[in-house]
Design a protein around this ligand. Sequence first.
Ligand SMILES: [Zn+2]
Length: 61
Amino acid sequence: MAAVPKSRRSHREVRQRRAHWRAHMVPGTECPHCHELKLPHRVCPHCGYYNGMPVVAVEKE
Ligand SMILES: [Zn+2]
C-alpha cells in the first residue's frame, strides 16, 4: 500500500493551511491591570502584575 492521498490538495489549500499555523502563537493578551499587550501566561512586563497581584518589581522612570 502506497501512502498516496486519494485526492490531492490544491495549492491554495496548502498555502492557506501553512499561513494560519502562526496565528495562535502571536503574542496578544491584554494585561488586566495596565491594559498593555503582553505574552499569555507570563508576568506583564509593563506593570509586573500576574493574576491580579504584583509579582515582580518593574523599574519606574
Ligand atoms: Zn500590566
